[in-house]
Design a protein around this ligand. Structure first.
Ligand code: SF4
Length: 224
């Protein structure tokens, strides 16, 4: 632990020369991550809601239940009773809340776009983002995950790993809010869906392996 702390103290003085260098180091070290792990855009959306406050392993079990029941499609999730849905997604935790959120998204999708995901994703980016944010239980991280990974739209997803890593390297101020951090990142990284997807996934990978609450800087690709 002492070595990690000393190493962390040292790295605080060493700035990565910017967002693009950080991306390039992570990509060459870890390789492409190929996110989001899902078969369809609709599965990405459901996964983005289910992953709130839980591990991906739990989400996979919930998604597996939905697939087994044959309900992982807009029509079936629009029709299913909220309680029945809650029982199916139980492994993801907070299942009553998440069932309500998925049903709220379905109500929105059918109310505004007659259930048509493609029609929804053809809308201009910012008004669509505002619409998603208007759905109960969908915050900026979930909305942006839906836009980036299901809709293939160039918006950067900010999460706890992103904030921690970028602030530890003084690329952002850790006290900034979601919108401010997103604007800083997007003003330094040109809008490109592939890069935004990979960059976010790579930051999550780094945050899980090295840049944890107590950073493990030895051997971290950012330290080199
Ligand atoms: S673990 Fe890596 S990313 Fe985190 S502070 Fe240390 S060198 Fe930086």
């Amino acid at each position: 632990v002492l070595v990690a702390v000393i190493s962390f103290a040292w790295i605080q003085g060493q700035l990565v020369n910017g967002f693009l260098e950080l991306y390039s180091r992570l990509l060459s070290h870890f390789g492409p991550q190929g996110w989001w792990p899902a078969d369809t855009a609709f599965e990405v959306i459901v996964g983005a809601i289910l992953t709130q406050n839980t591990s991906w392993r739990n989400v996979e079990r919930a998604i597996g239940n939905l697939k087994k029941e044959g309900v992982l499609n807009p029509e079936a999730l629009h029709d299913i009773e909220e309680l029945a849905l809650a029982l199916l997604i139980r492994p993801a935790g907070y299942f009553n809340v998440k069932a309500r959120r998925i049903k709220a998204f379905m109500e929105f999708l059918y109310g505004a776009y007659e259930g048509g995901l493609e029609t929804m994703f053809r809308q201009p980016l910012l008004p669509l983002r505002d619409q998603l944010l208007g759905i109960s239980g969908i915050g900026p991280e979930t909305a942006d995950s839906i836009l980036l990974y299901a809709g293939q739209r160039p918006v950067f997803v900010i999460d706890a790993y992103t904030t921690r890593i970028l602030s530890r390297h003084h690329l952002i101020d850790g006290r900034m809010g979601y919108g401010e951090i997103q604007s800083v990142v997007m003003s330094h990284v040109p809008p490109d869906v592939y890069v935004y997807q990979e960059y976010h996934a790579l930051l999550v990978r780094l945050g899980k392996i090295h840049c944890r609450r107590t950073p493990d800087c030895l051997g971290c690709p950012v330290e080199a």
